[in-house]
Design a protein around this ligand. Structure first.
Ligand code: GSH
Length: 226
């Protein structure tokens, strides 16, 4: 018997689902997982279950939560260590998580999360995406320098809500391989090696081929100058 259900989209592609799944698993919520194959736009199966019409969607002990950042906050009520204990660090973590949730549209549009997309390295680097990447790289460097002592994650040894919000960005960087600072590169390596992120990749790799969306499984066009 579980305490609820976490609805997700195809793990190969659903960046927002990963942002919701990580806090739920980090907090140890006992929920069943339902993965709905995404249609690549509007997915009837998602609209049928989620009040917000999107995944992730969490039902847990009477609570219904359909925004990834709200899921992260809910999980932190159960497991407060998902945010840093220090007030200033916690404020910074919430600010960067909020910036991620609200922003980086150019990056998200140009470089959709597609965990195993072939031939993607070095492609899709629009000017807008590169501007977002520069901002994220600077943010990670600053956060690691100020709050990251003692461990490989944004706030040190514990992988928390801020890392969860950025995990799909890491996934994009691993697929599209834009130029990054050594600090950002090391952070990507650490996030990819986290057992929960590794488990997500493994589950994604096991998804059936009839869930694949061709636009995310074919090599993107090479840069115009190539
Ligand atoms: N702001 C939402 C965004 C969620 C979102 O856009 N999810 C996508 C999947 S990655 C979705 O459900 N799209 C609707 C669909 O495929 O029908 C959140 O933070 O949870």
């Amino acid at each position: 018997m579980t305490d609820g259900t976490l609805y997700l989209g195809t793990k190969r592609y659903s960046s927002w689902s990963l942002r919701g799944w990580l806090p739920v698993r980090l907090a140890g919520l006992n929920v069943a997982e339902v993965v709905i194959p995404l249609a690549g736009g509007s997915t009837p199966g998602v609209k049928a279950v989620s009040p917000g019409g999107t995944v992730p969607y969490l039902e847990h002990q009477g609570a219904a939560i359909w925004e990834s950042l709200a899921i992260a906050e809910y999980c932190a009520e159960i497991a407060p260590s998902l945010w840093p204990a220090d007030r200033v660090a916690r404020a910074h973590a919430r600010a960067i998580a909020g910036e991620m949730h609200a922003g980086y549209r150019e990056l998200r549009m140009a470089m959709p999360m597609a965990l195993f997309r072939p031939g993607a390295a070095g492609t899709c680097a629009t000017d807008g995406a590169l501007a977002d990447i520069a901002r994220i790289d600077a943010l990670w460097q600053d956060t690691r320098a100020r709050f990251g002592a003692g461990g490989p994650y944004l706030f040190g040894p514990a992988f928390g809500n801020a890392d969860a919000m950025f995990a799909p960005v890491v996934a994009r960087f691993l697929t599209y391989a834009p130029a990054l600072s050594p600090v950002a590169q090391a952070y990507c390596t650490a996030v990819r090696a986290h057992p929960l992120v590794a488990a997500w990749y493994d589950a994604a790799a096991a998804e059936p081929a009839d869930w694949f969306l061709e636009k995310y499984e074919t090599a993107p066009a090479p840069p115009a100058s190539a």
